[in-house]
Design a binder for this molecule. Structure first.
Ligand code: WQD
Length: 389
């Protein structure tokens, strides 16, 4: 089926990665339905998606985009303020949209430090919420999911770069453990669904209901998403003081925060600071479109099951490298101080992205300078995020 006929439910679609992915899906010819409880995101992000999609349609008059670019935001992107813990509400979305063919599941809690203080909230929302979603999908015969996993499932990996075959460990935080458990849950579901389909096929053809019970799942292990849409009107909008390096730095740059604390300079790396694989959010969004396309292709070949892919660039940068690159984008030196290590940080998380390159035909294309320039454009134009709207 061509993408233009398919409708994708994006849970957490108002968030940072969700909104960029919703835009890439529309630009790629999919229809999109979004659900989000707006606990850590803003509906304004969908107005920006709508605006950017209209701009895309104007720039690509021969694509199918011009046909629906005139739609209102409400008609272009049906939105449901739904919490994944509310199973009945989840079901109403599938009832209203029987055309949903797959789900990209972003909704969940994601602050590592907070997860150590309120682990039960994290297990409840991430695990119970996702199990609810999977059950409702099963009920509505939608058995195709792309799941937001994380490089944190590798813990402190034995070697760098990290291939997908690196051991999945109990991770460093309750947040990380929710990702590990959810990977297992989704894999178990895929395995069980093969058996269910085999049983079903043993029934006589008169009693069969023409359902394929097999699940397809793609687990995307994100490295460190950063940057913003190059337009400067869509980006990350963290509530309160940011936990992550790049949003923190960008708030230092607009004067909302005084200086960056560099968490430790005694790691076994060249400059002593931790190394991460920072990935432009627009590249990351494209990774989801590539994963959906791969699942569709496999299904037409009769293949189902669960696969995991690293989404990273394959190049690691230290905290000091990132400060330097962001200083360059901003045009001045931002203040920092070196402090103690942060609990749970590991020295190096750099992806081996070859499997995603080969199997998904996906490769991160944006440079570090583009990532920093785009982040700075967003932060400078929207110092208070979507509250400036
Ligand atoms: C990067 C580096 C810090 C802040 C986490 C999650 C992961 C993913 C992305 C999210 C580290 C250093 C940071 C600061 C600093 N999940 N740092 N000063 O920890 O690699 O990954 O976010 O939803 O699952 O674990 O990202 O940006 O917090 O840190 O020196 O104020 O920057 O020590 O070396 P991390 P990060």
């Amino acid at each position: 089926m061509s993408p233009s006929k398919q409708t994708i439910l994006v849970t957490g679609g108002c968030g940072y990665i969700g909104s960029h992915t919703a835009l890439r899906l529309l630009e790629s010819g999919y229809k999109v339905v979004v659900l989000d409880n707006l606990s850590n995101s803003s509906y304004e992000s969908l107005r920006r998606v709508h605006k950017l999609y209209a701009a895309y349609a104007a720039a690509h008059p021969s694509s199918s985009a011009h046909e629906d670019a005139a739609l209102s935001v409400e008609n272009l992107i049906p939105f449901y303020k739904v919490d994944i813990l509310d199973k009945a509400a989840l079901a109403t979305v599938f009832t209203a949209h029987p055309e949903i063919s797959a789900v990209i599941h972003f909704a969940g809690r994601k602050a590592v430090g907070e997860s150590g203080r309120i682990p039960l909230d994290y297990y409840n929302v991430n695990i119970s919420g996702t199990v609810n979603l999977l059950q409702v999908m099963e009920e509505f015969n939608v058995r195709k999911i792309v799941f937001s996993s994380s490089a944190t499932v590798y813990g402190n990996p034995p070697s760098i770069p990290i291939p997908e075959t690196s051991p999945i460990v109990a991770s460093m935080s309750p947040y990380g453990r929710t990702k590990v458990f959810l990977e297992h849950i989704i894999k178990d579901l895929c395995v069980a669904s093969v058996l269910k389909q085999q049983e079903y096929l043993k029934q006589s053809s008169e009693t069969r209901d023409n359902v394929n019970y097999e699940w397809s799942a793609v687990l995307l292990r994100y490295f460190n998403p950063a940057g913003a849409h190059p337009s400067g009107i869509m980006g990350e909008d963290p509530q309160g003081i940011p936990n992550n390096l790049m949003p923190f730095l960008s708030q230092v740059a607009v004067g909302k925060l005084e200086k960056l604390s560099v968490f430790g300079k005694d790691y076994p790396t060249e400059d002593g600071t931790c190394i991460r694989d920072y990935l432009h959010v627009v590249d990351l969004a494209q990774g989801h479109v590539a994963a959906l396309a791969k699942m569709e292709q496999e299904q037409t070949e009769g293949q189902f099951g669960c696969s995991a892919y690293n989404l990273g660039t394959g190049t690691g940068y230290s905290v000091f490298d990132m400060v330097k690159a962001f200083n360059k984008a901003v045009g001045r030196e931002l203040p920092f101080v070196v402090t103690e290590r942060r609990a749970g940080d590991v020295p190096n998380l750099t992806a081996d992205p070859r499997l995603a390159n080969e199997a998904l035909g996906w490769k991160a294309e944006k440079t570090l300078d583009e990532m920093c320039a785009d982040l700075w454009r967003w932060q400078r134009n929207n110092p208070n995020g979507y509250n400036d709207a």
